[in-house]
Design a protein around this ligand. Structure first.
Ligand code: NAI
Length: 340
């Protein structure tokens, strides 16, 4: 099927081309992100393939529909960037990759924890400069600490397995008690209790109107003194200004590790090293020694990219045959079956 593929980088093309040997779709790559102004380049493509920071709002979807697009094939698990009600009105199908590698994201969350806790970002620079002084590099053992996992779905469960291996106590907060996490001795609690009990809080729930700014000045005040916050889910789960205020005093929040940022759409996935970054909130974050930031790369492993490419192209083939897998379909909340 003729497919316009937006926001592609060299690694996307490599893994999509490899997978497409089997599927044989006509893939038209665009480095640009998808938004209202770029939607017209997809005219004549029944399928559009999009990534996390593409803006699939009502006007963009309407422009795509006018150009003949009937399928949005997301190369991601999250779908907070799609106006599903508009897609439904326009009779467009939206498909995603529900679980391409929960371990890839969970392992990246652990990489952020260890980098922050053991001051790897500072140690790396010191050793390169011939400075072997250990002052200021004191960390803490993970064994015996309490890890709070907010959102105990696929990625949250993968993280629970890893942290159990470190000898951590697990607490979880979700709208649903996952048997796989209960089997790891996770204790489900409400959000205030999780924040009060946890030495490390890791966010793994989807971004929805209910979870937007879940971490704000009020909830940060409930966090255990000296705790660490990790976010590899979606940036807007955290009110960044509130986090900066808390990190400045280190009272309740002593460390922040993020792979996602609420205004990342204007920054991430592009080399901006020779431009002046205008986002002062982001720039303030980068000055804090107790913050480690990566640019939405938690998914970026060979295994995950292979799975994303194969599932995305498979979704396009299934749509062509009218045989969409229900797990991969994304529908507006009102049309969604309730979780048992
Ligand atoms: P999932 O759907 O398996 O799990 C999400 C969990 O959040 C579910 O158990 C759900 O019940 C829970 N949840 C929903 N609303 C909640 C609420 N109000 N409070 C607490 N929990 C709630 O999703 P998965 O695959 O584990 O992914 C989680 C998120 O990770 C995705 O939504 C996506 O935003 C993000 N992600 C980030 C990546 C990265 O590269 N940084 C890559 C892949 C996903």
């Amino acid at each position: 099927m003729k497919t316009a593929v937006f926001s592609t980088r060299e690694y996307d093309r490599q893994f999509l081309d490899e997978a497409n040997r089997k599927f044989k779709h006509e893939l038209i790559y665009h480095a640009e992100s998808l938004h209202r102004a770029t939607a017209t380049v997809a005219a004549g493509c029944p399928a559009v393939c999009a990534f996390v920071d593409d803006q699939l709002d009502g006007p963009t979807l309407a422009a795509l529909a006018t150009g003949g697009t009937r399928l949005i094939a997301l190369r991601s698990a999250g779908f907070n960037n799609v106006d599903l009600a508009s897609a439904e009105k326009l009779k467009m199908t939206v498909m995603r990759v529900p679980a391409y590698s929960p371990e890839a994201v969970a392992e990246h969350a652990v990489a952020l924890m260890l980098a922050l806790n053991r001051n790897i970002h500072h140690a790396y620079n010191r050793v390169r400069e011939g400075n072997f002084d250990l002052s200021g590099l004191v960390g803490f053992n993970l064994a015996g600490k309490t890890v709070g996992i907010v959102g105990t779905g696929k990625i949250g469960t993968a993280l629970a397995h890893i942290m159990k291996g470190f000898g951590c106590r697990l607490v979880g907060y979700d709208t649903y008690n996952n048997p796989a996490c209960l089997a790891l001795d996770m204790k489900y609690v409400d959000l205030p209790s999780l924040l009060a009990e946890s030495d490390i809080v890791s966010l793994h729930c989807a971004l929805t109107p209910e979870t937007a700014h879940l971490i704000n000045c009020k909830t940060i005040a409930l966090m255990k003194r000296g705790s660490m916050l990790i976010n590899t889910a979606r940036g807007a789960l955290i009110d960044t200004l509130a986090a900066i205020d808390a990190l400045k005093t280190r009272d309740h929040l002593s460390y922040l590790g993020i792979d996602v940022y609420e205004e990342e759409g204007a920054l991430f996935f592009t080399d901006r090293s020779s431009t002046i970054i205008q986002d002062d909130v982001f720039e303030r974050l980068t000055t804090l020694p107790n913050v480690v930031i990566t640019g939405h790369q938690a998914f970026l492993t060979r295994e995950a990219l292979t799975h994303i490419a194969e599932t995305t192209l498979g979704n396009i083939s299934d749509f062509q045959l009218g045989q969409q897998k229900s797990d991969n379909l994304v529908t507006a909340p009102a049309s969604r079956p309730t979780k048992s």
